[in-house]
Design a protein around this ligand. Sequence first.
Ligand code: NAD
Length: 497
Amino acid sequence: MSSVNETLIRDVVSEVLSRLGGAATAPAPAAPAPSSNCGCSTRKVNRADVALRGKFGVFQDANEACAAAQEAFLQLREKGVAARRKIEEIVKALAEKNAEAWGKLEYDETKIGRLDHKIAKLGLIKLVPGVDWLRPDARSGDHGITLEEYTPFGVVGCITPSTHSIPTLSGNIVNIASAGNAMVFNAHPSAAKCAAAAVRAYNEAIYRETGIENIACIIEKPTLDSFNALCKNEFTRLLLVTGGPMVVKAAMQTGKRAICAGPGNPPVFVDDTCCPTRAAKAIISGGAFDNNLLCIGEKEVFVLENTADKLMQKLSENGAVKLNEAQLERLTKAAFTFKEGQGGGCAHASVNRDFIGKDCSVLAQAAGINLPSGTQLLFAETDAKHPFVDEEQMMPFIPIVRVKSVEEGIEESLKAEHGYKHTAIIHSHDVETITAMARALDTTLFVKNGASPCGLGLGGEGYLSFSIATPTGEGITNPRTFTRVRRCVMVDNLRIY
Ligand code: NAD
């Protein structure tokens, strides 16, 4: 900017300020009392209305939970950054200490996924970013210093999935409380008891160590009504939704700002320049993890025809078992239900929930095959229109589709991803192919030459979260996701050089 313009701007600003100063003596119009001096909700809770004490975060009623969380938010504000840091430490330590017990609790309640991986996921909460993530941005120049700080909203309403109930909830607490907020969870009804047990344990420890009660609340018996009440409550400033398409749609219709970690159907494209052994091992470790419940997990593979046989051979050599055509047909009939399309159109397949997250042995039984022990994953050759390609199936089974060209591989990957903009994976050493796929798919996570969890810092660089905000664009959530950016300007002073 030229010095003439700068001078002009400063003159205009000074003129405006002097006029504002003059007007200050005139009687001010009656203005509604602000709910806060900083934009976060500082409204006090009427304690006579609610019984907030001694619940350790577990409530029957959504409005009561929101009132308790609001009070906890105000307590946390009083106690400052040290209390946030303590909460982060407590959640990480308890998740790790209780990984085995809580993993089992969740597995016994949901009966999906793998016990060893449920335990492993809780051991990973220590990798979720916390208080140190919130470094303010600063500008320093001839006109002084400006600081942009990441400040809390208040109460965040959180919806968690059945696929990783305690891990999502634990990671969300670390992110959201590190940013200075409180929260209320509406868990998936089939994973709500384990979620409430973890919430109670976290709150007991947090209360003991900080004196703050109910920083993370939960509705003990979640329903659609409690979801609606949570979204409508005046203290709920923000929503964080982790789940499938229906809940994302519902949250976006509430009128509240919603951060949505939505569904995925991650395609994998394998070209002729890849290392087939590395690709096969990565597909097995990502696709088999927790019986393919992860939203980022490999769900279908498109492979160039020259490499297809080699890739399948390497899959078989590394713990995956191939189904033949008849076995695939039997499994498909069991794993999906088919409804006739309107006007005699194509039948629409929907996933049979009894097969979601089940062990390979359950799928094998439906396919009519005996498995060698230690089988991690099943696979079979299909065409690109197969329901196992099209639907987000969340089973330890991967359809393998041969394609004739890079263009076809990318195009089919794009179709299979359904525009969720979630995750895609490529095994290739051709930078032009890699770049073309990255641009075409436009996903939040794009992993090259590794298993899908590498995208969350588990074998690749980066940090971990179990809530990846895809349709709303916030990306892999972290404490900053749950903050308001506020600017603080000191004019002409405090610059030390
Ligand atoms: P789900 O959509 O059935 O349930 C998710 C949550 O939403 C639950 O708490 C459920 O009770 C609630 N819910 C569902 N429909 C609702 C509605 N109409 N109104 C209000 N609440 C509603 O999903 P799930 O089976 O528990 O989890 C698997 C899904 O979640 C998959 O689609 C997966 O890709 C997605 N997911 C995404 C992420 C991510 O970070 N993007 C992480 C985990 C799971």
